[in-house]
Design a protein around this ligand. Sequence first.
Ligand code: COA
Length: 261
Amino acid sequence: MTMSSNNELVTTSQDKGILKIGIQRPDKLNALTLAMYEAMTAAIESAEKDKQVRVILIHGTETCFTSGNDLHDFATNPPEGENSPVFRFLRAISQAKKPVIAMVSGAAVGIGTTMLLHCDLVYADEGAKFKLPFVNLGLCPEAASSFLLPKLVGYLRASEILLLGETITAESAVELGLVNRIFPLSELSEQVMDIALQLAEQPPASLRLTKSLLREHHARQVADVMRKEGELFLQQLAKPEAQEAINAFTEKRKADFSQFS
Ligand code: COA
């Protein structure tokens, strides 16, 4: 059975036990708005309840996974508290009991990369690029990345990625353990669908149990760090450093933090 729906910027389609969630706003490099987070959360929540769904697959468009939170939204429509769409989405993906696969082509910026830390399998095209420019934006890490990233890649590498906002190439993402495998763009979709189908054929209860065993050791810590980061992130967002960074993006100029101490 195939089902699909199109909320314009986030599409869902279901076939052979796989629910695909597509981020589709290519003119803004798939930057995520409040409505898009809401649609993605609703899709994950309904997949969790739907017995027909065995695997959740998140993807962007061919040119971009997502450029992260819509920076104009940060200025005009900022998240207000832990029930804001972005935090609800992060809780939904980090607490999903069914396996979540991410298929990344092009850029995965900010939450585009941090959401991968909550996926069970991550595949990317050879040209994919990953970046966490939270400090560059006067912000701080979210999605428990200040805990999960150093655990995954080690402290010094995490510093490069978070303090300098260094770009990670697809090849280094594999070396760092952020991505399982890379494929040429022309093969990515087919290869990932093969893997998703393989996963969907596994015994579902055993799959859920194993996922929960893999994650339960640090689930509480992930939730705690995510809550703390969320509060600090919102505080930072209201401060002049972040305002300068966001204005600079809107005005297409380099941010100048020299006035801050
Ligand atoms: N929020 C809102 N709009 C965004 C966006 C974002 N996060 N990322 C890209 N866009 C928009 C641009 O404003 C531009 O719109 P315009 O054509 O109306 O001017 C369009 O998408 C294309 O982006 P552009 O910057 O021209 O593409 P690029 O290939 O030169 O650069 C990036 C790609 C990803 C490096 C760059 O867009 C970028 O740095 N984006 C911001 C990423 C970010 O900081 N995200 C938040 C993390 S918390």
